[in-house]
Design a protein around this ligand. Sequence first.
Ligand code: SF4
Length: 381
Amino acid sequence: MTSLDARLGALRGTAPPLPHNARTLAALTTNPSCDRRSLLDAAGIDKDALAAHLGLPRPLRKSRLALDYGLAFEHKVTAQAGAPLVPLLRHALGLTPSEVSYEDINSVGSDDDRSPLALRRAHTRSRILSAAHRRSDTPRTLLDHPVLRLTVAGHQVYLEPDVIAFQRDGLFHIVEIKSFPVIHGQPDPIKANAALTQAAAYVLALRELLADDGLPPDCVSDTVILVNPRNFTRHPTATPFSAHKQIKNLSRHLGRLRRLPELLDRLPPNTTFDLAPGPDQRPTRPRDELADALATARPHYTPSCRNHCDLAFHCRTEARNQSRTAALGTAVRDDLAGIDTIATALALTDGHLHPSQDQHDITRALRHAQRVHADLRTDTA
Ligand code: SF4
C-alpha cells in the first residue's frame, strides 16, 4: 500500500472503498473546483452514507421505473447477438455487412451470468489488442459488456460500458445505449452531455489499454455513437456525436486528482470522515463532529450540486449559514466574482466597506442595482 493509499484510507476509516464508475467520473467534471468532493471521491467514501448520517434529504435519484425502462431498452437493442444494433451502427458509421461481428463478454469461461471483473477485463483486453494488431481474420466489432480499466488518482478503476469497441478502418468507437429519447434528431442537450462525459471515461480507458501496448491514442475515435429511443417510440436510433470537449474536460479533471497529496496536506492532522460504525454497522459518530470534519475540506457549492452530489443539502446549508454568494446561484456568484459573502456585498453597497482597487466596478454596479431597487419600491408604494 502506498502512503497516498494509507492517507486516503485514514480519511475513509473502516469502510471499504466505493468503486468509481463512469457516472461518478462524469460527475467529477461538473464541479471540478470542489476540493471536498475530490477528496471524498478519491478516498472512495460513501457520500450517500455521510448524507444519511447527517439526516439530510437526498438529491433526486432515478426512479426504479426509469432504471427498469433503461435496462429493458438496452436489452432490446442488444438482443439476438446485437441484431437490432448492427444496422443502426452500419448506418451511423457507414459499414458494409461483412464488417460486423459480435461477442458477449458478460460471461467468460463459466456458466455464471457475470464472470468476475478481472477475468472479463483480461478477455476484453485480449479481444481489443487482437483487433488493434489485426491478429484475427474476423473483424472485431461489437463487444457486449466489455470491462476496461482506468487509472484514477493512482488507483485502477474498472469500468463497464454497455456495448463498446466498434472498430472500423482500425478505429475504435464507443457506443453508449441511453433510454432518453432523441426527438426529431435532437436529444436533451444536458442528458446528451452527461452521456458523452460517461463515454469519455470509456474512451480514456480504452486509450490507456492501447497505450500500454504501444498503440497511439488516436486509435480510439473522439466520435461516440449514442443509441436512444427515436421520438416517443421504443425504436432505437443511433447518432454520432463528437465527445472531444468531454474527453478533454475529463482528462483535465483526472489530472487534477493527481494533486491529491496537496489537498491532503491542507487538512488538519488526523482528519477523518469515518462514520465509526458500531457492532450493528450503524454510525456512532456524533453528527457535529462529522460536519466539523467536512468543514476542513474546501467546498465549491453551486445550486447544480443537487443534480450530482449526495452532500448538496449539507453544502447548501453551510453556504447559506456563511451567507456565501454561491448559495444564490452560479450567475450571481460569477457576477460578484471576488466577493464571496453576501455581507461583504451589502457592506460595499451601503458604503460600510471601502472597495479595493479591483472591487470598484462591481461596487458601482451594486450601488446602481440598489438605486434601481429603491426607485421600484418607491413607485410601487
Ligand atoms: S455538494 Fe458539496 S461536496 Fe458535493 S460537489 Fe457540491 S460543494 Fe462539493
